[in-house]
Design a protein around this ligand. Structure first.
Ligand code: FAD
Length: 468
């Protein structure tokens, strides 16, 4: 019996899997295939969508074919790089998944310190390969995140203060738009589209390759510092992080200590600052910059050390699929009263893990003019993510309100939001990600390159809809 993949939309073409398989150079996975369940699994748990087919593209030609198929059939198209979207936008229910994870080509030009990278690479894979030449481009804090999603949304990571956002290192991109055309965009060629994809997310087409700047970076001083969380240590940590040299970027996760073997048992379950730190510069200067953090309290664990840059990405388990709810925002300050608020709220969380993630920004990220890219939050000082991680999706009833209550208690004057940390947030929050003139310009570019809103699975579903 022949099964048909395409049948959902009125007037859609019916096409058998053998015909579909003949259409693509890469792999086409059908619901009956043995690897279907694995192929439809995304990073976050609780997302159980069943696409009609999954195309593991082999290159830009396959990407164009999948886009044309979606356009002509009327089926929903999900684009997946690393699969880490908080709302699971990398997988569709009943539609087509265009999976880029087999596109891992990386051409490093060591002399010119640039790289052309296919968008199926993860941050960790790119970083490991670039490090063999003592070079790096900054992504986020997790190696398994795809360079596709993180780059298009902005990219805030371990080098943010030293080298800015990931998009600040983006020199050019190749992108297949809704009409199936491949565009090479940079500051001179289609500058509007190049502007839009630097922060505007996956709204405008499927990026197949990025060209990045590489920075010389061999050894960093980094790793994890675990301090007891008190109002004093949180306030002190944030004050130090703000005045630290720009070589130092830090991510402070305030949360209960998991039962980790390297932490004394009596500290398990107590609130602590689990800080991930990276000093991207001279080792002796790095030790000096980290000393004030170590002096805030007797560390529960001090794993800061000189290390090759790729080691800043902690090892990950393949089968880790947490269920999470989060609220992202920016604030101007985390002082004494905010530290107390954080401790009070975390003490009441009944989730497997409640967390306030505090990221001090500034440095190179803030020197790029706001209007230079579609990421509009250059002047924001601290990013805060309030989150709950738990076991069963239905627990959202409890932990969702807790996250929202926590976030509103910390809310200050900065109304911005970082698109890559939005999940099931509504239209208001997508407007927070793209305020005023950024929104207006993005809408015009969206209307030009994707007038029928083919690329609609990304944060702020439907809010970009333009007249067809
Ligand atoms: C554990 C974890 C840690 C994180 N840490 C950080 C961090 O430190 N810094 C940070 O900035 N962000 C971070 N993020 C957020 C992350 O940047 C976003 O979730 C990002 O969108 C994930 O990209 P992806 O390719 O892995 O995900 P996917 O789910 O594959 O894609 C996410 C979105 O981008 C679109 N997309 C992906 N690739 C392409 C492409 N090539 N062309 C067009 N559209 C595309 C997808 O359609 C989807 O809408 C983290 C997320 C997780 C889950």
């Amino acid at each position: 019996m022949t099964t048909h993949a395409l049948s959902t939309a009125p007037g859609a073409t019916f096409m058998s899997f053998p015909r579909l398989r003949a259409l693509f150079d890469g792999q086409v996975i059908a619901p009956r295939d043995a690897d279907y369940d694995q192929a439809r699994t995304v990073f976050y748990g609780g997302i159980d969508r069943r696409p009609a087919l999954i195309v593991r593209a082999k290159g830009a030609a396959d990407v164009a074919r999948a886009i044309s198929l979606a356009r002509e059939s009327g089926m929903e198209l999900a684009v997946r790089s690393g699969g880490h979207s908080l709302a699971g936008y990398g997988v569709s229910d009943g539609g087509i998944v265009l999976d880029l994870s087999r596109m891992k080509g990386l051409a490093l030009d060591v002399e010119r310190r640039t790289a052309w990278a296919e968008t199926g690479l993860t941050a960790g894979e790119y970083t490991t390969a670039a490090a063999t030449h003592g070079l790096a481009t900054g992504f986020g804090d997790t190696g398994s995140v795809g360079i596709g999603g993180i780059t298009l949304g902005g990219g805030i990571g371990f080098l943010v203060r030293k080298h800015g956002l990931t998009i600040d290192d983006l020199l050019a991109a190749e992108i297949v738009t809704a009409d199936g055309e491949l565009h090479r965009v940079d500051a001179e060629h289609e500058p509007d589209l190049f502007w839009a994809i630097r922060g505007g997310g996956g709204n405008f087409g499927v990026a197949t390759r990025f060209r990045f700047t590489l920075h010389p970076l061999d050894t960093v001083v980094g790793g994890m510092l675990l301090l007891p969380a008190t109002a004093d240590t949180i306030e002190g940590f944030m004050a130090e992080a703000e005045t630290a040299p720009e070589e130092l970027s830090s991510i402070a996760n305030v949360m209960r200590v998991p039962p980790m073997p390297f932490v004394p048992e009596e500290a398990h379950g107590k609130l602590a600052i689990m800080a991930l730190m990276t000093y991207a510069g001279d080792v002796a200067a790095g030790q000096e910059a980290l000393a004030p953090f170590r002096a805030l309290a007797e560390p529960l664990a001090d794993m800061l050390r000189p290390m090759p840059y790729p080691e800043v990405y902690p090892p990950e388990a393949d089968d880790y699929h947490p269920v999470a709810t989060a609220h992202t925002m920016f604030v101007d300050t985390i002082g004494r009263s905010e530290a107390e608020t954080i401790l009070e709220h975390l003490a009441t969380s009944t989730a497997m893990m409640g967390v306030a993630q505090l990221r001090t920004l500034g440095g190179e990220m803030a020197r790029v003019p706001v209007e230079a890219t579609a990421f509009a939050h250059r002047q924001s000082r601290i990013m805060v993510n309030c989150a709950a991680v738990y076991e069963r999706p239905e627990e959202v009833e409890v932990h969702g309100p807790w996250v929202e209550g926590f976030a509103s208690a910390l809310k200050q004057d900065d109304d911005g939001a970082y698109v890559n940390f939005l999940g099931f947030d509504g239209e208001a929050r997508i407007r927070d990600a793209y305020p005023g003139p950024t929104w207006d310009r993005l809408r015009k570019i969206k209307a030009r390159y994707d007038p029928t809103n083919l690329f609609r699975l990304r944060p702020g579903l439907n809010t970009w809809r333009v007249a067809t």
